[in-house]
Ligand binder design. Sequence first.
Ligand code: ATP
Ligand code: MG
Length: 650
Amino acid sequence: MSPHVPKTEVDDLLHEDRVFEPPLVFKNNANVKDHSLYKQAQKNRVMFWEQCAKRLHWSKPWSKALQWDKPFAKWFVGGKLNASYNCLDRHIKANFGKKTAILWEGENGDERKLTYEEVYLEVNKLANAIKVLGINKGDRVAIYLPMVPEAVFAMLACSRIGAVHTVVFGGFSAEALKDRINDAQAKLLITADGGYRRGSAVALKATADAALLHTPSIQDTIVVKRTGAEVAMKEGRDHWYHDVVRHVPNYCQPEEMDSEDLLFILYTSGTTGKPKGIVHTTGGYLTGVNSTTHWVFDLKPSDVFWCTADVGWVTGHSYIVYGPMSNAATQVIYEGAPDHPQRDRFWKIIEKYKVSIFYTAPTAIRAFMKWGDEWPAGSDLSSLRLLGSVGEPINPEAWMWYYEQIGRHRCPVVDTWWQTETGAIMITTLPGLSAMKPGSAGVPLPGVDAQILNEQGEVIAHGGGFLSLTSPWPSMLRGIWRDPERYQQTYWGKWEGKSYFAGDGTKRDQDGYFWFLGRVDDIMLVAGHNISTAEVESALVDNHMVAEAAVVGVRDDIKGQAIAAFVILKEGHKRGQETEEVLKNHVATKIGAIARPSRVIFTADVPKTRSGKIMRRLLRDVAEGRMLGDVTTLADPAVVALLKDKYDEA
Ligand code: ATP
Ligand code: MG
């Protein structure tokens, strides 16, 4: 199916009238209080990014800020630095060694508190241990761990010696792990005996062992003891973490890395298809995540930051490890599920550690809404001062709930748009500066050139089209691992190499705010009108009975496409014809008759990626009776089978 122009036919977007100003106290103390950054960037974008890069420690300055051989960028050419040095050594040199870096909580209640000095020691020892196993600069190391501090140590140990890490989400199958190891040709795997999730121990090492039957590049593994479960250790290949770090020196000289040396490879979530091995390099990436953490999260020395993403996703890379740690943040890392032992676990963690900045995903927010207001209401959330969202468009209703029930009207909400490919946040409001509009991510950050283009690549000032990043930025991907052709084709093919194609449908309003309408592949064409998935889903979620909705266009003889809505009701609401009519009418009233769904399918769940994003392409496959596309990143295969039955019988 060729993507339609994601121009919405609906001019008055849901709730576009709702605008919230940041609270005055926040404004007065914000890291970014005025528009000077935007102005500087506008004057000279490259020089602006050079100023940002100077927030880092470079062992040798760059000779040229940007070399742009479209679509291949090099930033800070000739500059030398080390990522782990920037996240650890320089803080210790600046006397922050005793500052808490990580407040870790296991799902089973275990606790670990680590200062920067302690993390530094762990990272140095592990770096030496990895070197002893023969890993050199440029070698790939796969990391397959639960959310334990060792995941952070492992990433920083790799970057310390110049090894390239590729982190694989701990919930992935043996198959998915095997594919990523083989694609990256990793020599070493760092894993664990297991981790805790929803009260049980997940047997990580057993899954890794299954993968390792088909990964000839792997020479060694390092195994963290987390659960104490019995595991098979293969002689000569498998080594316990606590053994390898025992007899190594406490200091490992950080490798002097070129700005353009690889830092990591990370595979995308797979929402729209087969995951891509996104390549990031050192200097530009670190510049992007370091500055955006400072601006967007308004990080102060006294803050307790908590990003709930897994380190297996780019959000974990950029806003647990490299962004916060290069800013000497104190942060919470939690191992387990949000509903264990009860549905207030997150709120209890915020209360206990006095979390001040909280960053999570719409999928989690919608789950919290579904569970009911009583869970957050029972906890003291007064330490919070800023909330963030990432991963999908946040429905205005979910935004309001987050603002009211979690932020209690006191905390700005930053809805941050970015991608694995962009490395760092690209579009958002700044919390102490810009007004917020529920459902809109906001405006491009300083130094980011984002435009909405039409099919021909012409700029659309107001209205809908394809999101494009029109100038290179430091943290941009440098390619797809070992597949330059796919890189060119996927991101630069649309407008003959002129501009970066993000794959998202977007609309810009009169104030220049960007509204994300859904993936370009998912936009629906009903009787000649483009209808955005995000808008119809938001209209459904706007109804008090609906917890979550996913809509897709299904082939229709008359209209071209008809809208099928998969709907999850909140607890206590009845499915059936009556509810179906109410919901169809609700959408028709909110958006217009053209957007009225033809079918509503009630379901307990919709297919999601392991990172929690709705996979509409699978819903389309179900609705049109096709074989399912790539399912390797699907969280729960049973969901699709159930839906198939439901769809056919309805
Ligand atoms: P794949 O590229 O393999 O299909 P993916 O696009 O889900 O996977 P990610 O890089 O994790 O992989 O996700 C980036 C995408 O997530 C964006 O392109 C966008 O569609 C969506 N997204 C992220 N944040 C937001 C946001 N704040 N508002 C709207 N959409 C968002
Ligand atoms: Mg993508």
